[in-house]
Design a protein. Sequence first.
Length: 312
Amino acid sequence: MVWTGEGGLGLARPPQLLRSIDVSPRTGRWTGPGEAAYGWWRVVGAVILRKFFVAALAVVSGLTAGLPAGAQDIHIVHCYRGACPAGTPLSNDLVVREIYALSSNDTTKLADWVAYRVTRETMGTSADLNRNWRSDEFLDEDETLEAGRGARDDYQGANQTHGYDRGHQAPLASFAGTPFWRSTNIYSNITPQSAALNQGAWVALEAAVRDLAWARRELYVLTGPLYERVMPGLDNAGEPHRVPSAYWKLVIDAAGNSTGFVFDQATPRGADYCDHRSTLAEIERRSGLVLIAAGLSQAGGELGAALGCVVV
């Protein structure tokens, strides 16, 4: 596994005993080993915060280099209680950015999971923000799909040929209130998603999550792909890859209540996201991942109702 933090620091293994990586999109607060606060920084731009983030991680790496091997608890602020999903291949790349974290799969060229936290402070209006797609600079060319101009872009022609959109996993609108919204346009956060799904039930659920996050101040979200049948690939992609047959999403509140959803790629544009509810256990079975550590979450019928779904 390669662990990569925002700002360009790639480590062959995670820093030993790194207890928490906490970069607030608004304040730039960083929390390190033992959850000791290392101060408050005024965010004046993504570049400044990234440089600070790299320096902070370098300090942690140096402080922990001599500690015993095996004590490697990594807690990432974008995941509920800092515990991100388990069960991905060892060859995956763990990429941590200011507004989300993901596990990029070298074989599929897509993320096995993406984790993010939506708060009142992170969300905004995305209508006027650009979609300047870019390749993930932390990943090698043979590990990810690539962005480029015209025919050089792996997604070129995918909509016309197969009806695929460039589907955000961590949504742009959920982070339009931060300086880091452009990171949502990086291809490791993008998947070939049916236009009908992407512009229908998927975006409607994202909006419902933002509405509830505004009311409750924060929500945690995990999302990822399912590969349960063979789908047409991207004709312009120069590397082997896989296109998901379905997508899952798990929403978790601060108390640990969770509710899940699964959407097939063939989901009609007018579908109601509530008709696609699922359970944590079912999503874990189908994805092969452990999304939340035992004891940290429970099924929450009330959370589904709060997202606008009638509990039967």
